[in-house]
Design a protein around this ligand. Structure first.
Ligand code: SF4
Length: 121
């Protein structure tokens, strides 16, 4: 497959329209630990699979239980409240960008949208 057709056109729609579906994988969390990104980790809320098998979100400052399966993102580390939009999204003129592009969550990196295809038609 020609990967050039999937080149991002930097419209920013993926960040704005899919905000409710964005999460961090266990691999993202481990990478941020390796990279020393305490700032990013402090903005996550880990989701643990408990003994009863149901995923549960660890409350802000609560003791974690079960096996880590993912993390909800992004939370203000001071208030514990989830941001209303991604705090790393930036828009300059007609071009949008991600301020943590090199280490953004896997779900953001893997996203493929119809805007990519429109740009090459
Ligand atoms: S982390 Fe980056 S790519 Fe993901 S939603 Fe935020 S701005 Fe967009």
């Amino acid at each position: 497959m020609d990967m050039n057709i999937w080149e991002c056109v930097r419209c920013g729609k993926c960040c704005m329209e899919n905000w409710d579906f964005i999460f961090a994988s266990v691999e993202d969390l481990e990478r941020w630990k390796r990279e020393g990104r305490k700032d990013l980790l402090a903005m996550t809320r880990p989701i643990y699979k408990g003994e009863e098998g149901k995923p549960r979100t660890a409350g802000f400052r609560k003791q974690p239980q079960g096996r880590l399966v993912a993390a909800d993102i992004w939370f203000n580390p001071e208030t514990g409240r989830k941001y209303r939009q991604c705090p790393f999204f930036e828009s300059k003129g007609k071009k949008a960008g991600c301020r943590i592009h090199k280490t953004k969550p896997r779900v953001c990196r893997d996203y493929i949208c119809r805007e990519h295809l429109k740009a090459v038609r």
